[in-house]
Write a new protein. Structure first.
Length: 368
């Protein structure tokens, strides 16, 4: 399903909750996992970075990752014992410490190393806020072009310490479908997760009320026409979902929703049926390659309140860069002054300041 998974963490329990969901979407036998900690220099724009302070920051980050990886590996082994499917002799978990702008380093790691899933918490070191998704998570989600599992950390009962990582449990999984082949791209993933968790799977389609151009109030003949179109579309949608359900083991439940606003009806369905995981495609029938996500998926990212697995249906290279991204690439080196490292004699045991992928070409201001 997902062979290479990247998990960015920042030292907080909120961010570490993502590892519980890595366990939930993998089996004991599959997937290599990279746990990434990006350390941002704390020096002001006009200050020099002290290499000893920098090395200490990186050492602390590495120790933190050691604890997380040990906790994850133990949980993975327990998961294998519980399912009577022992994990392979070598559970592949890599830890990486890098320095620089957080979102940029996460994206570089994902693309350069060929990860096909990023599992990221909605909030981290900055704590919970009125924003549904933190700034770093939002940047990664909207620029990655890679499948994303967005963990709503404010809803997770499991915000573990390193030694308390346990698999998240999904009991009700929803897959919104709009009738396009792109939207059906999620079905193998949703079906496998439902089977793995013994969860209910809901296939849901939204029928939009047709809009007639009429300045005056609609007459009876116009309302009758609308009702006729809606009933036809509902029958077609029901037949479509039934056909899909026959191809999935366990016979998922199918629902056709009728509303003026499909997104609103889907969110209401989630609340009414206590859905705890939504699995949907990055693009649907009207999705454009120029945009990272279709409108319904974008709405789930911004306004959704449940864990969200977005299955990317396009290689990230096919998603067009925004004007801002193009301008950034063109001026990336030209306008970035070097960061000066203070010259000093390293303390004993801290002689190698490049041990943690230190990159000297940072911007002089560091934004999350």
């Amino acid at each position: 399903m997902f062979e290479k998974i990247l998990v960015p963490v920042d030292g907080s329990a909120l961010a570490a909750s993502a590892l519980s969901h890595v366990l939930a979407v993998t089996t004991p036998q599959d997937a290599s996992v990279t746990v990434l900690r990006v350390v941002e220099p704390t020096a002001a724009a006009t200050s020099m970075i002290n290499p000893i302070d920098w090395q200490l920051q990186c050492s602390e980050a590495s120790l933190y990752l050691d604890e997380l990886v040990a906790g994850y590996t133990h949980a993975k082994e327990c998961q294998g014992e519980a399912t009577e499917k022992p994990a392979t002799d070598d559970i592949v978990v890599e830890k990486v410490v890098q320095g620089g702008p957080v979102a940029d380093r996460i994206l570089e790691q994902a693309r350069e190393q060929g990860h096909n899933l990023i599992v990221i918490s909605s909030h981290g070191q900055g704590g919970l806020s009125g924003w549904n998704v933190s700034s770093v998570a939002n940047k990664v989600i909207n620029r990655s072009g890679i499948s994303i599992l967005l963990v709503r950390s404010y809803k997770s009962a499991e915000n573990p310490t390193a030694g308390e990582i346990k698999p998240a449990q999904y009991r009700r999984i929803m897959a919104p479908l709009d009738g396009s082949l792109r939207s059906e791209y999620v079905l193998p993933v949703a079906a496998r997760l439902a089977q793995q968790h013994n969860a209910e799977l809901f296939l849901v389609h939204g029928v939009v009320m047709p809009e007639l151009f009429q300045q005056a109030p609609l007459g009876s003949e116009h309302r009758a026409l609308i009702e006729k179109v809606v009933e036809y579309n509902k029958r077609q949608a029901e037949s479509y979902l039934q056909g899909l359900s026959q191809r999935i083991s366990g016979l998922p439940k199918t629902y056709v929703l009728t509303s003026d606003d499909v997104a609103e009806s889907l969110h209401r369905f989630i609340d009414e049926h206590n859905i705890d995981l939504v699995v949907l495609s990055a693009h649907g029938r009207s999705g454009k390659h120029a945009w990272p996500y279709g409108s319904v998926t974008s709405g789930f990212i911004t306004y959704g309140t449940t864990h969200l697995l977005i299955v990317q249906d396009l290689p990230w290279q096919q998603i067009e860069e925004t004007s801002a991204e193009q301008a950034t690439q063109e001026n990336k080196l030209a306008n970035i002054p070097p960061v000066h490292i203070q010259s000093t004699t390293p303390a004993k045991g801290l002689s190698n300041i490049n041990a943690f992928a230190f990159r000297p070409n940072y911007s002089r201001t560091y934004s999350a």
